[in-house]
Write a protein that binds this ligand. Structure first.
Ligand code: FE2
Length: 292
């Protein structure tokens, strides 16, 4: 549920580069998304694609295959690195091996599409736009369903989302929905408070010959500052400024930490043709006038 942002919330977001909104999503909505992801996974498990699946998502190794590079306009499944043996073969049941589903759930799946375009999200984005804290014409560019599997959920290194979803000027805004309780044990988000004032370090893009590469702008490390641990209950929405450095540790606990994320950009900004994520049709733009 969206309550208009208070002046204090706006200044906290400006100050920290993130904002925690508890109880944004109801328990029923969390359950509906968990169930829908489960259904999608069961359907996928019966497909021929599942048997051939060998696309691992790792933030350590950013070499990407076609299956990944075409996922901006598809619903695709990616494996946890530790779900595979030394030969790269999956070594555990599929449902315990998936790292994430991406990257167009918000558009292609009716349940996720309805969730992603709900009035509360439109109102929040309208509120942010009005305060100059978010895109003026928000386009839903990317969605991810993240499992953070028990025991093997991979670490996600400290990064800025703008590295992966680059626009000129920078406009990406992340919406991170906790569908289960996120704790330090199961790999909650951690953020470098105030770090969104750091310029973009690098950009991940297509290299022009079928692969991807990083374009480095500033090779210096992020400041050695303690990260804020964003331990939140299920139903919480965390807003992330596109330049905010954030991280999540590996999940060595017995509990998953499932989350759904949406990334919006501003339709007024330029979206380069060498960004890794490409689509043959425009990303859906959200009307900021809530439908009755
Ligand atoms: Fe991120």
């Amino acid at each position: 549920m969206h309550r208009p942002l208070s002046a204090e919330q706006c200044s906290r977001f400006e100050q920290d580069g993130f904002l925690v909104l508890e109880n944004f999503v109801s328990r029923e909505q969390c359950r509906a998304l968990l169930e829908r992801a489960q259904q999608l996974l069961e359907q996928f498990a019966c497909s021929t694609e599942a048997a051939a699946l060998n696309s691992v998502f790792s933030t350590q190794n950013q070499d990407r295959d076609e299956y990944f590079l075409e996922s901006g306009e598809a619903i695709r499944f990616f494996l946890e690195e530790e779900a595979c043996d030394a030969q790269g073969q999956r070594a555990r049941p599929l449902e315990q091996s998936i790292n994430k589903i991406g990257h167009a759930l918000h558009e292609l799946d009716p349940v996720f599409a309805e969730f992603s375009t709900q009035t509360a999200i439109r109102q929040l984005l309208a509120d942010l736009a009005q305060h100059g804290l978010g895109p003026q014409r928000p386009q839903l560019l990317q969605s991810m369903y993240i499992y953070k599997q028990p025991g093997i959920g991979g670490e996600v290194g400290l990064h800025q989302d703008a590295t992966f979803l680059y626009t000129e000027p920078q406009s990406v805004l992340g919406l991170w929905f906790a569908l289960e309780d996120a704790t330090l044990e199961n790999g909650c988000l951690q953020a470098l408070a105030g770090g969104h004032r750091i310029a973009m370090k690098q950009r991940y893009k297509r290299d022009g010959s079928g692969g991807t590469c990083f374009e480095q702008f500033d090779a210096s490390p992020f400041p050695d500052q303690e990260l804020s641990c964003l331990e939140v209950p299920a139903g919480t929405l965390i807003l992330l400024h596109g330049l905010l450095p954030h991280y999540s540790a590996a999940n060595r606990s017995a509990r998953s930490r499932q989350a759904y994320t949406l990334h919006c950009i501003d339709a007024n900004a330029h979206y380069p043709q060498d960004n890794w994520l490409q689509r043959r049709w425009p990303a859906p733009e959200l009307s900021l006038k809530p439908q009755a």
